[in-house]
Ligand binder design. Structure first.
Ligand SMILES: [Zn+2]
Ligand SMILES: [Zn+2]
Length: 135
């Protein structure tokens, strides 16, 4: 699907959007499936996957993909940065101002037209730091 086309907001998509915008945890498709099932008991995991992919392609939500980990989804479609815990996989928003400079600098190194950039930090979340200290 090309960018800019409008995706019809079905009941299922609306419920997915609602549930996704309630949390800041960047849930996986499986977690979202458990969440929406309370309101749409007959929805299938496949339908949840398909709709999430379509909504991400359409720019209604964001898909966070890091090699070797489960995809996570974000109801906040505006560009922002993330930080991921290397131990438990928790993903938080990081409210660092967007580095527009990076894109300007990157243009000097490529002939590509740059549309956006993703930046993800990793480390240990407060809970995992604590459990490390207790050992
Ligand atoms: Zn952690
Ligand atoms: Zn986010």
């Amino acid at each position: 699907m090309s960018l800019g086309t409008t995706l019809r907001v079905t009941k299922q998509r609306q419920v997915l959007l609602d549930e996704l915008s309630k949390v800041r945890t960047h849930p996986t498709a499986d977690e979202l499936y458990q969440m929406v099932r309370k309101r749409l008991p007959r929805i299938s995991l496949g339908t949840v996957y398909r709709n999430l992919e379509l909504m991400a392609e359409n720019g209604m939500i964001q898909k966070l993909e890091v090699g070797g980990t489960q995809k996570r989804f974000d109801g906040n479609a505006a560009p922002h940065y993330h930080i991921r815990c290397q131990k438990c996989g928790r993903v938080d928003d990081l409210s660092l101002p967007l580095a527009h400079d990076v894109e300007r600098q990157a243009r000097e190194y490529t002939d590509f037209t740059i549309l956006r950039h993703n930046l993800e930090f990793s480390g240990f979340c407060p809970d995992c730091q604590e459990s490390k200290g207790r050992r």
